[in-house]
Every structure is written in structure tokens, then in C-alpha cells.
Design a protein around this ligand. Sequence first.
Ligand code: OGA
Ligand code: NI
Length: 361
Amino acid sequence: MNCFQTWPEPIVRVQSLSDSGITTIPERYIKLLQDRPTPSPNTPHNDDLINIPTIDLSDLQSDDISVRHDTLGQISRACIEWGFFQVVNHGVSHSLMKRTAEVWRQFFELPIEEKQVYANSPATYEGYGSRLGVEKGVKLDWSDYFFLNYLPRSVRDENKWPRFPSSCRELVAEYGDELGRLCEKLMKVFSLNLGLEEDYLQKAFGGEDIDACLRANFYPKCPQPDLTLGLSPHSDPGGMTLLLPDVHVSGLQVRRGDHWVTVKPVPNAFIVNIGDQIQLLSNATYKSVEHRVIVNSAKERVSLAFFYNPNGNIPLQPAQKLVTEDHPALYPTMTYNEYRLFIRKRGLRGKSQVESLKSHH
Ligand code: OGA
Ligand code: NI
């Protein structure tokens, strides 16, 4: 499709805007009044009290079956009540996490010309980008990113990954492997918690042929953070996401009813969230939850989102076991490739995509 070959307008790097020292942001980044991050006056001031749950995964290996069950229960409740949680003692090397985050920070600190070599197009999104969606004239988010394909191996092209810093490619490969393993572990937990065979979700995703990709997000300082967003509200279209947030700067907000909870990152934790495809496969027992990113005027922020997705060509449908007379199948059968075209074209629109699929009974 022609609309995916080029961007509809010249690309502006948000980092260049930020670095230029402007004190007011261009119109294109100013969100409509109702979309701005300023909390509404009736938001309860209990921000310091609520946070998404934090779960210790080391207990999954406990010899004590009641300890294991307790952990499964905590994950089950987090999936149902929040769709978002943090995990600690997840088995991924803390040093690797730190080094990978650092290498991406260094990448974004390179001069713009060096990053331009990797400028992406909407055909694949791979590379250095500054917008999602190809609709002309829409409001833009205050962020740049680097997107790369990790799995399947056949679409991995390390030549498209940053050559500098020199350790980048090697670190990304190691990081991807470790996060893939953690996702496999969580897929088993989700399957069991849903009352399915332990390998149900993994098989539904394509077994070893799953799709995984990484997006390094860069949120530059913003002179008017109350007028814009780093990332518009969205649910993640794929299976599940492991987010490594910036340890120094918060910014991720998760929707909770009518308000937004700012996630306070726990040191060395990953933030796990359910994507649209697990919502579909679980027939909405688990729901992908809307989230967004706010920016600030004092510090730039770097986060790494690892997306663990079904193979793009496999038809997906709600698990038969979760389809009953009382709970008919809520979604039609479709592949992940068919699904994500929508987002690649229209950009981030809350949960409108997965909601629009719902069969109307
Ligand atoms: C994403 C995302 C959150 C963040 O990349 O999909 O939601 O904190 N990122 O950067
Ligand atoms: Ni997201």
C-alpha cells in the first residue's frame, strides 16, 4: 500500500526541537484540552499510595507448593485487576539491564546526523523514528524512538541496528535472548492461571516462531510538559510487553478508571503488561490496559519496550475453554499481521482497535 512507503510530512526530531532551546512548543505537539496530562481537580490526591503491584518471581521456583501457588495467585490478580505489574527477581542480569539502558542513552546522545543514517519509514518502522501512524495533520507525541525486529530470526537484520556505541548490537542480542526467556516463563504462568495447558499460549503464539521486537523510547525535555504527552494513550497491540523504565525519571501512567496512576519504578524491576492479543486469546479474562507517557522540563527519559507477540501469520481466536454460553467468543479470528496494520496506519488511539473488534451480540 502506497501510504506505507513514506511519511506524510517531513520528519522533525523532537530531540532537535528540545535542544534548540525553544520555550514554547510547536502547535503540532499541543494536545486538545481534554487530552492534556494535567490532573483534573477531582483526581484523588492519593498518588503516593497507589502503585501497580510488585511481584517477586523467585517464589515461582520455591520447593513449597503453597508459596508457588501464592505467587501464581498474585500474578493472576495483577493481570485481572491491573493488566500491569512489576516483577523483581526475574532472572535477568541487573548488570545487563543497566548496560543495555545505558547503551541506548548513549545512542540518543549521538549527533543527529549519525542517527539520521537509521531514519525509518512506515513500511517497516525499523530504525530511528519520530512518529507512529501516517495520517496527515494529526497531533504528534513528544518523543523519538529506535525500533528493531528481534524475532523471528528471518526478519532480524543486525545491520539495521546502531553500529555505535560499538557494544550496542551485542548487548541487544543478549538482552533479547534473556527477555525472551522471561516471557516464555510468564506465558506459562498466564496459561496456568487461565486454566489452560501450561504451553497453551506459547503454542497459540506460534511456539518457537513467535515475533519479538524492541523499541527504545527517548523522551526529550519539554518546555511545556502540561500541554503535550510523550506517548498518547494506547494499549500494546501485541502479546505482552516487558518495559525497562528509566530508573531516574518516571513518566509512565496507567489508566485506572477515570484517572491515571503514575508508575513508580522499583529498582531492577521490569514492568509487565498484557497486550491486545492476550486479551483476545483469553476472551477478555485478561484485558490490555491503556497507558501513556508524560514528559517533564527537567530531565530526558529513556525506556526500553520489549514486545513479545504472536507470529504474524497465525490465525488467533479466543481459547475454546474460555468460550461458554455465558461468555461467547468476543472476537473474530484474525492474524496479528492483519491486526497491526490498523495501528501502523492510524497511530495510537487508546483501546479503540481491540474494542472495535468485539462482535456485537
Ligand atoms: C510503549 C510504551 C512506555 C514508556 O513503548 O508501548 O508504552 O514508559 N512505553 O516508555
Ligand atoms: Ni505501550
